[in-house]
Design a protein around this ligand. Structure first.
Ligand code: GTP
Ligand code: MG
Length: 200
């Protein structure tokens, strides 16, 4: 799929302030610093559409980007940012949870996982929760440029083993790098196909 236009629409502090829309949207979620904002920029060919930072906790609002006037990408705050206060963490978790449960045009959640990390309890727990809520999601491994191709394959295999402890099959997944643009076509094609299937 070709990205013709990508526009920032609004930063919302909760789901009620998100744009009223029937257009399908795809939300990026994962731990702080996993590369959510960078991946949005990579997919849309913009270097600064979504704000990125070496410091975790940069994104603290629900940010909508309108793509091709036809669908949205949504940058969510990271979860598990250790340095945020406990109150702030609970507040952010509440914002995310409400958004995910109540946003009617949410087509799919992209759960981002740093390819270099072992399967972490709160990521696994989060995906279980998505499953229970029947919220569709796919896994996107990020920062593949930090490993060799063999290491990437081994890391995905290891993650699969951890997932199969609770899941019958490994959910659909993509390997990406915001640096090398690896996985760009795969993710965009997935969005294109999902958009088409939603129109039927
Ligand atoms: P929060 O908004 O804080 O939750 O973070 P985020 O998940 O949006 O991460 P962000 O995109 O801001 O990236 C965090 C850091 O990781 C930045 O320093 C990025 O340059 C770096 N980064 C993100 N993606 C990649 C990647 O694919 N490869 C490499 N090498 N670095 C990456
Ligand atoms: Mg961010």
């Amino acid at each position: 799929m070709l990205i013709k236009t990508a526009k920032f629409v609004i930063s919302a502090t909760d789901y009620k302030k998100c744009p009223k829309s029937q257009l399908p949207e795809y939300a990026f979620i994962g731990r702080s610093n996993v590369g959510k904002s960078s991946l949005i920029n990579m997919l849309t060919n913009h270097s600064h559409l979504a704000k990125t930072s070496g410091k975790p906790g940069k994104t603290i609002t629900i940010n909508h980007f309108l793509i091709n006037e036809n669908w949205y990408l949504v940058d969510l705050p990271g979860y598990g940012y250790a340095k945020a206060s406990k109150t702030r963490k609970i507040e952010i978790a509440g914002i995310i949870e409400q958004y995910l449960q109540l946003r009617e045009n949410l087509a799919c959640v992209f759960v981002l996982i740093d390819i270099r990390h072992e399967a972490l309890f709160n990521d696994l727990q989060f995906m279980e929760w998505l499953g229970e809520q029947e919220i569709p999601f796919v896994i996107i491994f990020t920062k593949a440029d930090k490993l060799s191709a063999n290491q990437v394959a081994a890391a995905v295999e290891k993650y699969k083993i951890a997932m199969l402890e609770t899941w019958e099959t490994m959910p659909q997944h993509f390997v990406t790098s915001a640096e090398t643009k690896l996985g760009k076509e795969d993710v965009l094609n997935f969005i294109g196909e999902t958009n088409t299937s939603l129109k039927k």
